[in-house]
Design a binder for this molecule. Structure first.
Ligand code: SAM
Length: 320
């Protein structure tokens, strides 16, 4: 919560260098890998790694390994956060504009690659999904975690071919599926119609800015989407924003794993998530977490986890 004077000096020294200030500014907005930082800063990976190590040793940032890659974000320690905020506040407006332009380029490239991948795999997605894990076990567990319903409004973010809607839609008065891929949405349209669901809205939209009203859904699902995203924490915040008082958010994704090939072959950015990481994001977003449900690997050494969180019944309603 607070630094000793030695720690404060070490932290200020660690921050007191031009490249390191640029890194702190970038990490204030996103978690980034060494490779991404090195591209944005136009400096070699070993050089960037040295800066990162110094700041991690001083407690300003946190490193978290993800398979063979390492990602960095600002420290969650309050004293460190206050110090970083104070230092960044002193910088003149526009000091990091160029870096933010490059960060946007990196983001856009990443999103374009993932979008092209989903447009292309859309017709095969239903078969591909079941190659990874035992779908029937996962879906039975999702149904249990969702609860018996009936639901007023179910929102499925990154709905893909609409599998979650066909699984849970019969218990809902209205289902909304949102996705960035038009090809996926077309398949979701056909799948939900075949399943006899008539109260379904399929919308083209971005999980980071859904434009859906706050606290409006009694069930929100994010199924196998987070590991593709450049800012999974922001997606969790947006998903949580939609949860109505007494409502529930289900996040279904992989536990940490080591299948590096999924990055190249299937555009995964993160190789799974730890319980602590997801629980931290859910709590920061104002939801109460339940014990995660881990579904053991089937064929591919991939454990699927269901993280459930709820908004208190009495929570103040805000529609921002
Ligand atoms: C692996 S698929 C999962 C689809 C579905 N939830 C399922 O489990 O079958 C991931 C989906 O997320 C969508 N997606 C990726 N980034 C997105 C974003 N920023 N906003 C909305 N959807 C996104 C992709 O187009 C894709 O349909």
């Amino acid at each position: 919560m607070s630094f000793t004077s030695d720690q404060a000096v070490e932290a200020l020294r660690a921050a007191g260098e031009p490249t390191r200030l640029r890194v702190l500014t970038l990490l204030a907005g996103d978690e980034l890998s060494v490779m991404e930082l090195s591209r944005i800063l136009d400096q070699s990976q070993p050089r960037v790694s040295r800066h990162l190590k110094l700041m991690a040793d001083a407690g300003l940032i946190e490193r978290f390994p993800d398979g063979a890659r390492v990602f960095y974000r600002l420290s969650s320690d309050l004293a460190a956060r206050r110090l970083v905020d104070m230092v960044l506040d002193l910088l003149e407006d526009g000091a990091a504009d160029q870096d933010h332009v490059r960060l946007e380029e990196v983001r856009r490239e990443r999103e374009a690659e993932a979008a092209a991948y989903f447009e292309q795999v859309a017709p095969r997605w239903d078969q591909m999904r079941s190659l990874y894990v035992c779908e029937s076990a996962v879906e039975a567990a999702i149904e249990r975690a969702a609860g018996p319903g009936p639901f007023d409004r179910v929102v499925d973010l990154g709905t893909g071919s609409g599998r979650m809607l066909t699984l849970l839609g019969k218990k809902a008065r209205l289902c909304i599926g949102l996705d960035l891929s038009q090809n996926m949405l077309n398949i979701a349209r056909s799948n939900t119609a075949k399943a006899g669901l008539d109260k379904v809205e399929l919308r083209h939209g971005d999980i980071f800015a859904t434009r859906l009203p706050g606290q409006s859904a009694d069930l929100v699902i994010v199924h196998q989407v987070l590991h593709y995203l450049i800012d999974p924490a922001a997606a969790v915040r947006e998903a949580a924003r939609l949860v109505a008082p007494g409502g529930r958010l289900l996040i279904v994704d992989f536990a940490p794993h080591a299948l590096e090939q999924l990055r190249e072959e299937h555009q995964h950015r993160r190789l799974g998530f730890s319980d602590a990481e997801i629980a931290g994001w859910l709590r920061e977003a104002g939801l109460a977490t339940s014990a995660p449900i881990a579904l053991p690997p089937d064929t591919e050494d991939l454990t699927v986890t269901i993280w459930t969180a709820t908004r208190a019944e009495t929570a103040k309603r805000s529609v921002a």
